[in-house]
Design a protein around this ligand. Structure first.
Ligand code: GRF
Length: 203
């Protein structure tokens, strides 16, 4: 299966997926890495792994949909069947979501539906949550909302700062995101309403 990863930043989740593909844990090919930020370190990671990259500047497009049409065109050209958002800091248009319905995943650094939005770690810490952790979910039209695939609880310690908590949440992200991608690629995720069933591997 050909997959694509969309990133805007450092790309540590991209790296975890690259490493999992290399090890043969994820039986797929990363056909394209797309970024809306030409300076994203994720692009350096992709290039070092010999993965094709595409950079798009929102200033070159009249609307969100036009921008997304260009991405979708490039994904289809490469036969991409799964799109993984990994720190992609743009909302997808309804057009994109329809074209790849139930085939787009995202990773969020809090236990959804808590602490949606771009400050999931800071918000959990400031709220005083005792437990937080990452969520991998399918993407639908609403922000941080689609059916949940995997979550992992991380305890918040009294002495935690945003940095220390982020470190432990990231460590779990780098485990559960490759796992979720693997399950999808192996055809083992079944969406039933809001619930996602993980189908056991055949013996
Ligand atoms: C992660 O914390 C993820 O949960 C959020 O964006 C961050 C991306 O980090 N959606 P990286 O670029 O993968 O290092």
């Amino acid at each position: 299966m050909n997959i694509a990863i969309l990133c805007s930043g450092s790309g540590t989740n991209l790296q975890a997926i690259i490493d999992s593909v290399k090890k043969g844990y994820i039986p797929a090919k990363i056909a394209l890495v797309v970024s809306d930020n030409k300076d994203a370190y994720a692009l350096t990671r992709a290039k070092s792994a010999g993965i094709e990259t595409l950079v798009l500047d929102k200033k070159d497009f009249a609307s969100r949909e036009e921008f997304d049409k260009e991405i979708v065109k490039n994904l289809k050209k490469r036969g991409v069947e799964l799109v993984a958002l990994a720190g992609f800091m743009r909302l997808l248009s309804p057009y994109f979501i329809k074209e790849y319905k139930n085939k787009i995943m995202n990773i969020h650094p809090a236990l959804l539906p808590s602490f949606k939005g771009t400050a999931g770690i800071k918000d959990a810490l400031e709220y005083g949550a005792r437990v937080t952790g990452p969520t991998v979910h399918f993407v639908d039209e609403d922000l941080d909302h689609g059916p949940i695939i995997l979550q992992k609880a991380v305890e918040v310690n009294d002495g935690d700062t945003e940095e220390t908590l982020l470190g432990r949440v990231h460590a779990e992200e780098h485990r559960i995101y490759p796992e979720a991608v693997k399950l999808f690629v192996e055809g083992r995720l079944k969406i039933e309403g809001r619930r996602v069933r993980v189908i056991a591997r055949r013996p």
